[in-house]
Design a protein around this ligand. Structure first.
Ligand SMILES: C[S@@+](CC[C@H](N)C(=O)[O-])C[C@H]1O[C@@H](n2cnc3c(N)ncnc32)[C@H](O)[C@@H]1O
Length: 189
């Protein structure tokens, strides 16, 4: 795993820029949507400001990523803020990670796409819990390699199991990127 291409690539990128520890807007949206009690799982979390913000709200957070550098920066900031008891760091490849089923009040991922991880993430949401996911969106002209880590707008909701209700689905465009985001609730029964 030390030489996993995703780890090498992301460690290199993280070496080149300092973290800002800003939470992702999905955190605010999930809290505003009456997030039930329970722990949070963040997949491909990076140096997650979302994990820190949710831990500060009193949540237990499981933060999963393949970059040891990102996770050590997150763990260091969690210690600095006195939140390390609330954030469990998991260094692994999310495409083979199997979270506990029916467990998490919120499963989230930002700027990441892996169909297997998305399916496992859906299965990890507790009844009444939320899944929030933002992935880069495919745009005309992307080559096949780039498209593997992207999804067309609308596909996140299309891939949700039938027992999820979509609360928010948005297509975001900035100068730098296009992305697609969904927030959905699992039925309570
Ligand atoms: C664009 S960054 C997003 C990080 C964070 N979610 C954010 O919004 O700032 C993509 C993240 O996915 C992680 N990643 C890429 N491939 C992965 C894999 N196979 N397993 C786990 N994490 C992976 C990278 O290390 C990186 O932290």
């Amino acid at each position: 795993m030390r030489q996993h291409p995703d780890r090498v690539r992301w460690n290199t990128r993280y070496q080149q820029s300092p973290p800002d520890f800003e939470p992702h807007p999905l955190v605010g949206a999930a809290l505003a949507a009456e997030l039930p009690d329970g722990p949070v799982l963040e997949l491909a979390c990076g140096r997650s400001g979302s994990a820190l913000a949710l831990a500060a709200e009193g949540r237990q957070v499981v933060a999963v990523d393949i970059s040891d550098l990102a996770l050590s920066q997150l763990a260091g900031e969690a210690r600095r803020r006195g939140l390390n008891d609330r954030i469990k760091i998991v260094l692994t490849d999310v495409s083979s990670y199997q979270p506990e089923a029916n467990t998490f009040a919120l499963v989230m991922a930002a700027f990441f796409w892996d169909a297997t991880a998305f399916r496992a993430g859906c299965g990890a949401v507790q009844p009444g819990g939320l899944i929030g996911w933002e992935a880069l969106a495919t745009t005309p002209g992307h080559d096949g390699r780039a498209s593997r880590s992207r999804v067309p707008h609308g596909e996140l909701s299309a891939r949700l199991p039938a027992w999820f209700e979509v609360l928010i689905e948005e297509h975001h465009t900035t100068d730098q990127r296009q992305s697609t985001m969904v927030l959905a609730r699992r039925s309570r029964i």
